[in-house]
Design a binder for this molecule. Sequence first.
Ligand SMILES: Nc1nc2c(ncn2[C@@H]2O[C@H](COP(=O)(O)OP(=O)(O)OP(=O)(O)O)[C@@H](O)[C@H]2O)c(=O)[nH]1
Ligand SMILES: [Mg+2]
Length: 248
Amino acid sequence: MDKYNEIVEEVIKQSDIVIEVLDARFPYESRNKEVEKNIKNRHKKLIYVLNKSDLIDGFIDDIQLDFEPYVFVSSKKNLGTTKLRKLIISLIEKKPVQIGIVGYPNTGKSSLINVLKQRKSAKTSPKPGFTRGMQKIKIMEGIYLFDTPGVIPQRENNLMKHMLLNIKDVTTLKDPDVIVHRIITEFLHKDKKALETLYNIKIETSNPQEVLEMIALKFNWLVKGGRPNIDITSRRVIQDWQNGKLKI
Ligand SMILES: Nc1nc2c(ncn2[C@@H]2O[C@H](COP(=O)(O)OP(=O)(O)OP(=O)(O)O)[C@@H](O)[C@H]2O)c(=O)[nH]1
Ligand SMILES: [Mg+2]
């Protein structure tokens, strides 16, 4: 077991309640079943927090999930936090109580702690893999939260999913063109219009490389000599997909 998973396990062991922070846009993809199994085996109470709900369009109330209890939250816009506080308080059997915050990298665990505490204390970063150790933070009298580093299931090896959840940093990704080809191909099959609208282009090809070149030329992302800069363009398109600007 790696160091981060060991920290998560230790936090679960020491906690009475565990909050799993999911990405509200991808609730099922961002569940770590391995960690959940550990929580259940230790008979700890589990709350699902669907964070980044500000990035969902449409009404949160219309979304029904088949696991519970869950609360939609936006740590960024401080939404849903009163409901979450009430849920936490309803589950407390005795004080002091320790609550572990776990989840995939970059789901907003540290940000959640900061809104619950109402002043900044857990350090956050747009770069995944930011929190490295265990941090204990008091949010109310007798209520302590543990921040943890984000972890993915140990045998999981799904680059597309990891890119979608922004677990892998796009700026340091080795072969962005491989991922971007898969993204563009999927859009060409399922929703060509989304690409055309976002990049203001007309697509008459089924070749993802040609689409990429059109985008590069449209936005002047070029290398010396005026040829398309495929590397930059690939990373931009991946980012648009990650932050929901490009979606099916
Ligand atoms: N739009 C939006 N962005 C958020 C929200 N919560 C966190 N973020 C952003 O998501 C990124 C990751 O936030 P962190 O709180 O550092 O995430 P983390 O889960 O602690 O990440 P690791 O420690 O790397 O596992 C940052 O850029 C945050 O600003 C939210 O509710 N809405
Ligand atoms: Mg963190």
